[in-house]
Design a protein around this ligand. Structure first.
Ligand SMILES: C[S@@+](CC[C@H](N)C(=O)[O-])C[C@H]1O[C@@H](n2cnc3c(N)ncnc32)[C@H](O)[C@@H]1O
Length: 255
């Protein structure tokens, strides 16, 4: 799947809010080594450094486009292209931050213990993932995929995007860590320019696995159909804005 730092960064102000909330709830203060995995264009890395200015920070992402943007943004930080699911770096890290990244990586039963094993004693794994699979914006992606002439091309896409709930993480992790803090927040983002803004938002993230496999004509038709659906689900206010409710799941574990 391809990523565009430019498209993703269009809503940076809104996307940064959960990062701040996640960082605020990291319960440790002495941090020498920190990693930002799935760092994207470096927006989360920048906030991580603001929180722990004396830490040596590594940023990692599987997208070359994202790493290039991150390096431009923070030339003095070490960024590398790597895959979270096969990340060999043994650490140990005082903080591993994974904001809006692990929902793209499968097998959390194996992944979370692997990340926890890279923490130093007293270290912290701080994770935030969108919990919006049942929101209209995501349901409409699956419905649009199933209805159009692209249905066969996209029939695996919807199946791959499964998510676990808070209770699953509690059950899977509580025996492996010293403290475990899990919470869910629904953000309500006012977006200008109506339902088109919702399409723009998800073109940077959740829509990509649906539109990447399509040719130009199909992509245009898919997005038009998707926008028609969003217009019904997210009514536009008189000033042109729409309100996008966005639930997110937070997990902060220390060992
Ligand atoms: C939604 S962006 C999050 C960017 C940033 N961390 C933030 O908080 O805004 C998700 C990032 O995860 C990266 N990603 C997805 N799967 C990955 C994997 N298996 N290994 C490393 N990075 C991955 C993508 O390239 C993308 O940059």
């Amino acid at each position: 799947m391809s990523w565009s730092s430019e498209q993703y960064s269009k809503f940076e102000h809104e996307r940064n809010r959960p990062i701040r909330d996640l960082l605020f709830n990291i319960p440790i203060t002495k941090v020498n080594y920190a990693a930002d995995i799935g760092c994207g264009p470096g927006n989360s890395t920048e906030l991580l450094r603001a929180k722990f200015p004396n830490a040596r920070i590594t940023g990692m992402d599987s997208s070359e486009n994202m790493i290039e943007a991150a390096r431009k943004r923070m030339p003095d930080v070490h960024f590398e292209v790597d895959d979270i699911s096969s990340w060999r770096d043994p650490g140990p890290y005082d903080v591993i931050l994974a904001n809006a990244a692990l929902q793209w990586v499968s097998d959390h039963q194996t992944l979370f213990p692997a990340l926890i094993s890279k923490l130093a004693k007293g270290g912290c794994l701080a994770v935030q993932m969108p919990d919006n699979f049942d929101e209209p914006a995501h349901r409409l992606m699956r419905e649009t995929a199933a209805k159009g002439p692209w249905a066969t091309k996209l029939n695996q896409t919807s199946k791959r995007m499964t998510r676990e709930g808070a209770e699953w993480y509690y059950r899977s992790l509580r025996d492996k860590v010293a403290t475990l803090d899990i919470w869910r927040t629904v953000y309500h983002h006012p977006l200008q320019s109506g339902p088109a803004a919702i399409v723009e938002w998800f073109k940077g993230t959740g829509l990509r696995p649906f539109i990447d496999p399509l040719d130009d004509a199909e992509r245009k038709a898919f997005l038009a159909q998707y926008e028609e659906g969003t217009a019904k689900e997210y009514p536009q206010y008189a000033d042109g804005s729409v309100l996008l409710p966005f639930p997110r799941l937070f997990i902060v574990a220390t060992i």
